[in-house]
Design a binder for this molecule. Structure first.
Ligand code: NAP
Length: 284
């Protein structure tokens, strides 16, 4: 069997069309979503990510402002900035780009972002609402995973879903969202005894570990939907966490890297900016 690829671009384009329609609707009420992105230091990965955010924002009618701070910026100064942005009604979305320099505790800053501006969805309120199945904003990567899974049209109710990785941005929220769709999720991580035992059971396999080639073809159930979240640079080439060649011999559907989860994640982040803006409008 040779798996059919799940391409991210058409899904990302459809999401961006919806976001654009929503920003046009907001513009009719003189509301302009403004996304303030905070970057501390000059991590190359962050620089790549903010460029793609700026481009996506321009495509859909969102104002994008990048605040570039020196790597020696203190946690206190960063907290003050976020607090000021929370109080600024023209800043409708606020996000701290990570990684940040080691002397900054990113969780503490993310907890300061007002929930209704928290487009990363990492504040305790947004994480809690997700746990309660009442999410207003969900982490963009997990939203992308769900959109890619749903695009296959596979029935989710009762499906076995294995998620490799338990981060707050990817693995954990993907498991919650899949469970909300009545999948039976299994979470795997570095202490999991036999990874293959769990991945081979999966109708839907989500891999978000940051380990190139962690999952190979013999670890996949024939016909499964495989979503590869991983982004790894190996010999100057971007690869996922799934060994694509062997996996695509066995899987039914599979996302490529690059070109799978990545573009959809950026589109979902823009969707969060609009949702955050709408949330603030309801409150004003
Ligand atoms: P993370 O915070 O480093 O978490 C990695 C998770 O994978 C951890 O839970 C870890 O387990 C688990 N893990 C690592 N090695 C493993 C192994 N050998 N076996 C089983 N589990 C293992 O990473 P993240 O932020 O979730 O990102 C994961 C990957 O996705 C990275 O490559 C990142 O660049 C990529 N990513 C892509 C997008 C996108 O838009 N495409 C967005 C976000 C992230 P422990 O908890 O036990 O340590």
């Amino acid at each position: 069997m040779s798996a059919q690829e799940i391409r991210g671009k058409p899904i990302a384009d459809a999401v961006k069309e919806e976001v654009k329609a929503a920003t046009e609707e907001l513009a009719r009420r003189d509301v302009v979503p403004r996304f303030v992105s905070i970057m501390v230091g000059d991590d190359p990965g962050v620089q790549f990510y903010v460029r793609s955010q700026a481009k996506a924002a321009a495509d859909v009618g969102i104002e994008y402002e990048l605040r570039e701070l020196a790597s020696e910026t203190s946690e206190e100064a960063l907290t003050t900035l976020v607090t000021e942005l929370n109080a600024d009604p023209t800043a409708t979305a606020v996000m701290l780009q990570v990684p940040v320099p080691e002397h900054i505790d990113q969780r503490r800053i993310q907890e300061v972002v007002a929930p209704e501006k928290d487009v990363d969805a990492l504040s305790p309120v947004n994480q809690g609402l997700m746990l309660l199945n009442r999410a207003r904003l969900v982490p963009a990567t997990a939203a992308a995973v769900m959109a890619l899974v749903k695009s296959t049209g596979r029935p989710l109710e009762g499906a076995e879903a294995t998620i490799v990785g338990r981060s707050e941005v990817a693995g954990k929220p993907s498991a919650l969202l899949l469970m909300a769709e009545h999948c039976t999720p299994t979470m795997c991580h570095t202490r999991t005894r036999d990874l293959g035992e769990h991945t081979r059971r999966a109708d839907i396999l989500v891999v978000a570990a940051g380990q190139p080639d962690l999952v190979t073809g013999e670890m996949i159930r024939p016909g499964a939907v495989v979503i590869d979240v991983g982004i790894n640079m190996v010999d100057g080439r971007m690869v996922g966490d799934v060994h694509y060649e062997s996996a695509s011999e066995v899987a039914g559907r599979i996302t490529p890297v690059p070109g799978g989860v990545g573009p959809v994640t950026v589109a979902m982040l823009m969707q969060n900016v609009v949702r955050a803006t709408q949330w603030q409008q309801e409150r004003s």
